[in-house]
Design a protein around this ligand. Structure first.
Ligand code: DI6
Ligand code: FE
Length: 398
């Protein structure tokens, strides 16, 4: 919609410059896919008085939500592993016994591009139905060149099939494939695959799994050096199950985000603050794995580390298809305030993806909006399994 469109009678939660940024009885104007004006309705400029108008009747208007950490492109599911874990096996035991990520790798290699896309579209639709405009999607269930490229092509295809923005992340360093050594895999498969994927324009960011059951700091460092040589930003699955130095590594490389970070220390928080790195909290994995160690939220607050929240939607540790539920879990399990939770799926999620044109309501930002059947933004975190979305606007279009 290139002509101005006016939304009136809204409670605006602008998320800018901090907190909810509430504007009661607000109005917002979209034009050419962007926000042209916003403020108290009584101050709506005369130039917009005759423009097409939607009366929001007191509804809440926020930036559309951003899921900044997902693995929604994958084959198969891991319900059997869920059963095993309910009988007492741990996530790490299942992984070491050759199940876990390796079983999803087998299913993803076997799936056609069409089948992967069809399954991922269903997942994307569930997120869109909750007001999500932007999804970060990782590779990492291929662990070989053809399948990693297949996953990233499918991720790109999502944005061609739906009104949706996709950020792709190369996660070749997700697990050591069966029969390979970790060092050999990194040097002879992972890094060459990254270069090939980048040459095809498939990579926006580069990620790794820095963990005892995956890759250590020297191995991830080599991947990050390859990313840096290609001019690609990095992020890292760090300190999820133990502390092996991933957060400090992420900070040294100026990573966009360090994700999970349950085992991060206060010194890690200080390092993230120094490097301007976002801490992405993933309560779905914490909940699924029955973890008890919580991320150091108080240290993140003290050091002003921006905190984002995401689904981590994946078939193993976080089969969570709801960003609203991630917000609720962020509050109930990790002690975030509802204002921090909403910032975590808007302003800070945008920062974790390096998107300066999204995540807040401000003049010049993209008109990616969510309209909710609630009166106060805390209601978005408070409900459990409730979807109060009224409608979503993507780049100014209903
Ligand atoms: N950490 C996670 O939570 C996911 N990947 C990762 O590195 C889990 C992926 C899986 O279990 O399939
Ligand atoms: Fe993940």
């Amino acid at each position: 919609m290139s002509l101005p469109h006016v939304f009136t009678g809204a409670t605006l939660a602008t998320l800018a410059p901090q907190g909810y940024g509430l504007v009661p009885q607000g109005a917002l104007v979209t034009e050419a896919g962007h926000i042209a004006w916003l403020g108290p309705q009584e101050r709506l400029p005369a130039a917009y008085h005759g423009a097409p108008t939607t009366a929001l009747k007191g509804r809440l208007l926020t930036p559309a939500l951003i899921d900044c950490h997902s693995h929604i492109v994958h084959g198969g599911n891991r319900a059997q592993e869920f059963e095993l874990r309910l009988q007492g096996a741990t996530y790490e035991e299942v992984a070491r016994a050759g199940g876990g990520i390796a079983s999803t790798v087998a299913a993803t290699r076997a799936a056609s591009e069409e089948a992967l896309l069809a399954a991922a579209l269903l997942r994307a639709d569930a997120l869109i139905a909750e007001g999500v405009s932007t999804i970060e999607v990782k590779s990492g269930y291929g662990l070989d060149l053809p399948t990693e490229l297949k996953m990233l092509r499918v991720a790109r295809a999502l944005a061609a099939q739906r009104p949706l923005r996709i950020s792709t992340t190369f996660l070749g360093a997700h697990a050591v494939p069966k029969g390979a050594g970790a060092d050999t895999y990194i040097d002879t498969i992972c890094i060459p695959t990254l270069r090939a994927a980048h040459a095809e324009g498939l990579v926006d960011m580069v990620d790794g799994f820095c963990e005892g059951i995956a890759f250590d700091v020297p191995q991830i460092t080599r991947v990050f050096e390859a990313a840096r040589a290609l001019g690609l930003p990095v992020k890292l699955h760090a300190e999820q199950l133990s502390n092996i130095g991933g957060t400090q590594l992420a900070a040294r490389f100026g990573a966009r985000s360090a994700d999970h970070v349950e085992y991060a220390t206060e010194a890690d928080a200080a390092a993230l603050a120094q490097s301007g790195t976002v801490a992405v909290l993933l309560p779905g994995a914490f909940y699924t794995l029955n973890e008890t160690r919580k991320p150091p939220v108080e240290a993140f607050r003290k050091h002003n580390v921006p905190m984002a929240l995401a689904t981590d939607w994946n078939p193993g540790s976080s089969p969570l298809g709801s960003l609203l539920l991630a917000m609720n879990m962020g509050c109930t399990l990790f002690g975030l305030t509802p204002a921090e939770a909403l910032a975590g799926v808007t302003r800070h999620a945008a920062q974790a993806l390096g998107l300066s044109d999204a995540g807040t309501l401000a003049v010049g930002k993209r008109a990616d909006l969510a309209i909710w059947n609630v009166q106060h933004p805390a209601e978005l975190s408070y409900g459990i399994g409730i979807n109060p979305l009224h409608s979503r606007i993507f780049a100014g279009r209903p």
